[in-house]
Design a protein around this ligand. Structure first.
Ligand SMILES: N[C@H](CCC[C@H](N)C(=O)O)C(=O)O
Length: 291
């Protein structure tokens, strides 16, 4: 904010899903809105709060869906926005389930209206919507086979509302993520960059997944990435449409529903609130004006 701004305090909640961590800001009642510079400053793990993503809760009406319980805008720590963030959607779904007292809630995102529910076993499940499998929807820079991209390792491409490049490898633990991740994230084949997943088979219904996230780097878990991984694995015949995905931070249960049930991808796992706090006005006043 500019120096002469007298910023109001900004409340936020720190949450995570399997260690994929988030700052959650509820903007439904008004107050300061997130900007790329606020996202970058808040995401700084030394000078800010630190997060993989910031989830900004807005009204469904703001995103064109007044019937939804809320809308969600996702910000990466580098200030970029994303069309999907599975673990943050699960975290916010848990807040809305408690707020409404209902058994299911509807959340509008860039990828469409997602539904969240509390399962009997206490896990939070979100239907992430149907994947987009054609090259233009990922998006890719040109028409190629999304099941075998013209890259070493012939990865698959899937959109869950955000782009994913999924490599099937012998041993995901052996991949040098910090070398290969950024190289693929910024490859010219991905005009909006991409999230990068490396999967290996543990069992016919169990995958190991390690992830380099667009705009965030290595994270302990990636919900949309786990969904994209199972979609790619099912399309390639590596697994069926249902699998447990073991990430560095823990396991997500994924099921890609058949077309006659809407073709959405169900993703279930735990969520946690770490703390609630208030940003100091001085922090907000010190933010650089938007370029
Ligand atoms: N970095 C991702 C967004 C967050 C994805 C991940 N945290 C998830 O749970 O889906 C992107 O730019 O598309």
């Amino acid at each position: 904010m500019a120096k002469d701004a007298s910023s109001a305090p900004l409340r936020f909640r720190k949450m995570h899903g399997l260690g994929n961590d988030f700052v959650v800001i509820d903007a439904r009642a008004g107050g300061p809105r997130v900007t790329p510079s606020l996202a970058r400053a808040l995401g700084d793990r030394h000078r800010g709060v630190g997060f993989d993503q910031l989830a900004e809760i807005v009204t469904g009406a703001e995103l064109g869906d007044p019937e939804a319980d809320a809308g969600l805008i996702f910000w990466n720590a580098d200030g970029s926005t994303a069309g999907a963030c599975g673990n943050a959607t699960r975290c916010v779904a848990s807040l809305l389930l408690a707020e409404t007292g209902r058994g299911a809630v509807a959340i509008r995102t860039e990828h469409g209206r997602l539904t969240g529910r509390l399962r009997e076993d206490g896990l939070i499940e979100v239907n992430m919507g149907a994947p987009a499998l054609d090259w233009a929807s990922v998006p890719l820079a040109r028409e190629v086979d999304t099941l075998a991209l013209p890259l070493p390792g012939a990865p698959a491409a899937v959109s869950m509302g955000n782009p994913h490049c999924v490599f099937v490898v012998e041993d995901a633990e052996a991949v040098d993520l910090t070398a290969r991740g950024p190289e693929i994230e910024r490859h010219p084949l991905f005009p909006q960059r991409t999230n990068v997943e490396f999967i290996s088979l543990i069992a016919p219904d169990r995958l190991r997944l390690r992830v380099w996230e667009r705009g965030a780097g290595v994270t302990l878990a990636c919900g949309s990435g786990a969904c994209a991984a199972v979609v790619a694995a099912a399309r390639l015949g590596v697994t069926g449409r249902r699998a447990v995905v073991e990430l560095d931070g823990g396991a997500l249960e994924i099921e890609w529903l058949p077309e006659d049930q809407g073709g959405g991808v169900l993703m279930a796992g735990p969520v946690a609130t770490v703390f609630e706090a208030e940003l100091s006005p001085a922090f907000l006043d010190a933010l650089p004006a938007e370029a």
